[in-house]
Design a protein around this ligand. Structure first.
Ligand SMILES: C[S@@+](CC[C@H](N)C(=O)[O-])C[C@H]1O[C@@H](n2cnc3c(N)ncnc32)[C@H](O)[C@@H]1O
Length: 248
């Protein structure tokens, strides 16, 4: 990702409807399966500018995080986050079986060898520990933003499930999200095909103005559903897995 993308991400995280709504959905899933207030060790793999660490992960335990971008880590420092370090998710420089929860939000789709990354996250989890992953859905929804952030692939639910299975996780929650606004996103992709945006234009930089509140409310309203039921389609996929206890 180009340095400008980290700046955009940092300034969008506290106000943009997508980040705000996704935080509500993520909290909903965590609250249902891993309620706050317990003494957990948490690792945010690919923490970017530290938005999730600063805004909600701290409610669920003691959080550390890493990213391979020095630019991202500078923003984590600006947020005064501790326990943040530079590393790749395909080679986590930590001992095995340290964490109760590993989270990784929109990181795997950047990584060439996503299975190796999953294996590394499994390695640092305690037996029975939880892995919460969010990835973007559907190759056919690839758009300019994917190119800007250097996306390698997008996923389907089946692909994510197979990835969890192959790394010895029991999947306890698998759902799409950003479902209610999905028709608008499809229209947007079609529009991009007819009239491609300028290469320097950014979805995050673009102010959604008066729609910011509305979109945030619509996205957030999925939280209770995503925590309990399968939303069969949507622009993102959430998967929560438990590391099988007998994994060697
Ligand atoms: C779309 S951003 C998401 C950041 C953050 N997880 C969030 O939800 O805001 C993707 C992040 O993955 C990081 N990343 C990509 N490949 C990585 C790798 N192999 N190891 C660690 N971080 C990686 C990028 O530097 C970037 O910060």
């Amino acid at each position: 990702m180009k340095p400008i993308e980290y700046e955009r991400m940092f300034s969008a995280e506290e106000r943009h409807w997508w980040y705000q709504g996704m935080a509500v959905i993520t909290r909903g899933i965590l609250d249902r399966h891993l309620p706050p207030g317990q003494n957990r060790e948490i690792l945010d793999a690919g923490c970017g500018t530290g938005g999730a660490m600063a805004s909600f992960l701290q409610d669920y335990g003691r959080v550390s995080g890493f990213d391979f971008s020095i630019k991202g880590l500078e923003f984590c420092k600006a947020r005064e986050l501790t326990g943040v370090f530079a590393a790749s998710v395909t080679e986590i420089p930590l001992k095995r079986e340290r964490f109760d929860l590993v989270t990784s939000f929109d990181v795997l789709y950047h990584v060439q060898d996503d299975r190796q990354a999953m294996g590394e996250m499994a390695r640092v989890l305690k037996p029975g520990g939880a892995l919460l992953v969010r990835v973007p859905a559907y190759e056919w929804m690839r758009r300019q933003h994917d190119i800007q952030v250097g996306a390698v692939r997008r996923y389907t639910r089946q692909k994510v499930e197979a990835l969890f299975d192959s790394c010895d996780f029991e999947v306890v929650r698998l759902t799409c999200a950003n479902t209610f606004l999905f028709p608008l996103a499809v229209a947007n992709v079609l529009l991009e095909k007819i009239s491609p945006p300028k290469p320097e234009a950014s979805e995050l930089a673009a102010s959604t103005g008066a729609f910011n509140h509305l979109f945030k409310a619509i996205l957030s309203s999925e939280a209770r559903l995503a925590a309990r039921f399968l939303l069969p389609y949507g622009l993102s996929i959430f998967a929560l897995g438990r590391k099988k206890a007998d994994r060697s």
